[in-house]
Design a protein around this ligand. Sequence first.
Ligand SMILES: Nc1ncnc2c1ncn2[C@@H]1O[C@H](COP(=O)(O)OP(=O)(O)O)[C@@H](O)[C@H]1O
Ligand SMILES: [Mg+2]
Length: 238
Amino acid sequence: MNSKPFKYNEQWLLCNPSYNEVIETDWFEQSYWLNQGRLLGSNSGRGSAWVIKTEWGKWVLRHYFRGGLYAKVSKDLYLWTGLNQCRAFREFQLLDKIQSWGLPAPKPIAARVIKKGLYYSNDLIMEQIPHKSTWAQSLLESKQNIRQWEQIGHTIAQFHQHGIDHSDLNAHNILLSDDQINLIDFDNSTIKAPHIKWQKKNINRLKRSIEKVSQKTCKDDWSKLWQALVNTWQEELS
Ligand SMILES: Nc1ncnc2c1ncn2[C@@H]1O[C@H](COP(=O)(O)OP(=O)(O)O)[C@@H](O)[C@H]1O
Ligand SMILES: [Mg+2]
């Protein structure tokens, strides 16, 4: 995709070129879709991700909210360090690269940045991935499919082979459908030279997330399934 940021209505936009002629800054406002009866609802606990039904298909509109300590200072303002450093633009570009590699993640549609003095706020629009559930939801079901755990290990290995260091690989950011695993939520993720050290960190984070969500341990309760995931991941990396 050959996209370049441009200024429009005093805001910075980055967009899939197919939408260059039609994009509006309104697209990034929930109220715009709500007023048209096109706002379908939120899946996110933080209320940051909303599904919208557009004439081009279902999209997800995501506003960037700060986590951790900074959230107390400001809910959604980030320190400006240059246009290309903005979260939404970086995630857009990463998702675009992921698409070009044919890996399973959302297609980016558009991103917006509003500069506010020394700070900025930002939003991202991407395609909605049709899915049955998040992996977090499926972990609460008693019946587990070992093939699915292996498939998840396989998908993570593919991303790792391309050097994609997911900054928040957890069970909520893995979407399941019958035959596909998709990874989402690449905010603050980066591309690095493949190295087992950061790759292992991703896997350990995922392990903690599984245990937190399910209140079961990977060492005992999930041991067979977890080993299947890790073995598949390891085999494909080497
Ligand atoms: N592209 C997408 N397709 C389908 N569902 C999505 C998509 N992006 C986000 N979601 C849903 O919204 C939830 C929250 O989105 P996410 O990007 O993980 O933001 P956050 O974790 O910051 O709230 C996800 O767990 C998922 O259920
Ligand atoms: Mg998430």
